[in-house]
Design a protein around this ligand. Structure first.
Ligand SMILES: Cc1cc2nc3c(=O)[nH]c(=O)nc-3n(C[C@H](O)[C@H](O)[C@H](O)COP(=O)(O)OP(=O)(O)OC[C@H]3O[C@@H](n4cnc5c(N)ncnc54)[C@H](O)[C@@H]3O)c2cc1C
Length: 389
């Protein structure tokens, strides 16, 4: 009879690697990864410097069930996470927005995990096809081989960036155990324009500070015009909350036209915007670029559109270019004290496969690592594990 592992962890990404690093019983743990390398997303994250976590995280910066998220994150918060990495000689740097990055390279994080998971049996280039229960054990099947375990931990991430391992095996496994899935969509990605906004393309490469409203939420930050539409941190954040329909952009936050109404300068030179963008937006407002003092009251009125430009994006850049998937396994069916399924004893879900998604700024790694810690505590025999019913 084939070996029965204590734990099989599916996916060597952020959450699976942190879990394996924290497990006491590594000799009896099998880690299965379809990629040829571990931590593919970590390695290229944060522009190659990995935005590990955030100095001032707020639960409202996550999309998901707030109480569930809080219960998990407080068990391994930013302070403990940083301490863990600092104890392993990782140097970090604080940047604007409270973002904490590696001072060196994101590869340093992957290297730490490679060392920390020593003892765990790692099987790379193994694509998990399905998993099911057979008697008291779980069976995990690949193309040619299958494995058995007492505990099964699904750390397979979401659909984003298929070329870095994204896929929906985690969701399929959850469904096969009768878990509900909260509808998924690409998030932390750009918006594609409708025909009326095709002029964005002419502005490709320009970046400008804006505020952007989606429903009741207002985000501030840089917007980048790209060939495919609009992107940049403020758009990525907005995409987490966007549900088809209009968004509103203020291209001139904290600027008042009153300051320049009597100026002798050309309108396009007094607006605090990149010149090319100024010209395009003035044209969009239906105003001729003249000396400010010559503009009529009607023209100033029309220019107000620059402070509240509304349009409905055609869509997003899709999973190929989305940093994360939003939605996922319904957290109502997971116990936040253990990360164990409420439907299947011994089955755990951690990381992005769950219906918890953070905005840009280190929130998603924090989630991956905190959920891994809660799961590790449980598997290490912590007293947070409920008595099986
Ligand atoms: C370009 C980019 C930059 C990012 N930058 C940041 C950042 O700076 N800060 C931040 O907080 N977040 C960032 N993120 C988001 C972050 O990477 C994810 O939220 C995080 O990696 C999720 O961790 P996870 O363990 O749940 O999933 P993943 O890290 O995606 O790991 C899942 C693993 O499962 C493997 N897998 C999938 N299917 C199978 C299968 N069938 N069989 C076997 N193995 C499988 C995958 O290959 C992968 O290794 C970024 C994402 C991207 C794409």
């Amino acid at each position: 009879m084939s070996r029965i592992w204590e734990n099989i962890v599916l996916g060597a990404g952020a959450s699976g690697l942190m879990l394996c690093s924290l497990l006491k019983n590594r000799r009896d743990t099998l880690l299965l990864e379809k990629g040829r390398e571990i931590g593919a997303k970590i390695a290229i994250s944060g522009g190659g410097q990995c935005n590990l976590c955030n100095m001032n995280p707020k639960i409202s910066d996550y999309r998901g069930e707030p109480q569930f998220i809080e219960a998990v994150i407080k068990r391994f918060d930013r302070r403990e996470l940083l301490k863990w990495f600092e104890n392993r000689a990782l140097k970090t740097t604080l940047r604007e927005g409270g973002k904490i990055f590696c001072s060196g390279s994101a590869r340093d994080v992957v290297d730490i995990f490679a060392r920390e998971i020593e003892g765990v049996t790692l099987k790379k280039s193994f694509e998990v096809k399905r998993a099911y229960r057979e008697g008291r054990h779980f069976v995990v099947e690949g193309e040619k081989e299958s494995f058995r375990s007492k505990n099964l931990i699904v750390a397979l991430g979401g659909r984003s960036y298929p070329k870095l391992g994204g896929g929906d095996t985690g969701l399929q496994i959850a469904e096969s155990f009768s878990h509900s899935i909260v509808s998924t969509a690409p998030a932390l990605t750009g918006f594609t324009p409708q025909k009326e906004q095709f002029f964005f393309r002419e502005l490709s490469g320009i970046s400008t500070y804006v505020t952007l409203k989606v429903g009741e939420r207002v985000f501030a930050g840089d917007l980048l015009f790209a060939h495919r539409g609009i992107s940049g941190p403020v758009v990525l954040d907005a995409s987490l909350w966007w549900e088809r329909g209009e968004i509103e952009i203020d291209f001139l936050p904290s600027f008042s036209f009153d300051r320049v109404r009597s100026s002798k300068k050309l309108l396009s030179t007094v607006l605090p915007l990149p010149k090319r963008l100024s010209k395009v937006l003035i044209e969009l407002a239906g105003v001729e670029d003249r000396n400010c003092y010559r503009l009529t009251r009607g023209e100033w009125k029309r220019l107000e559109v620059l402070g509240s430009y509304r349009f409905a994006p055609a869509g997003t850049f899709g999973y190929a270019r989305a940093e994360v998937m939003r939605g996922g396994v319904d957290c109502a069916e997971i116990d936040p004290r253990t990360m164990m399924s409420r439907l299947e004893e011994g089955l755990f879900f951690i990381g992005e496969v769950l219906d918890v998604t953070g905005r840009v700024g280190g929130y998603n790694f924090q989630w991956a690592f905190s959920s891994a810690k809660v799961c590790a505590d449980t598997l290490n025999g912590g007293d947070n594990r409920p008595t099986p019913t």
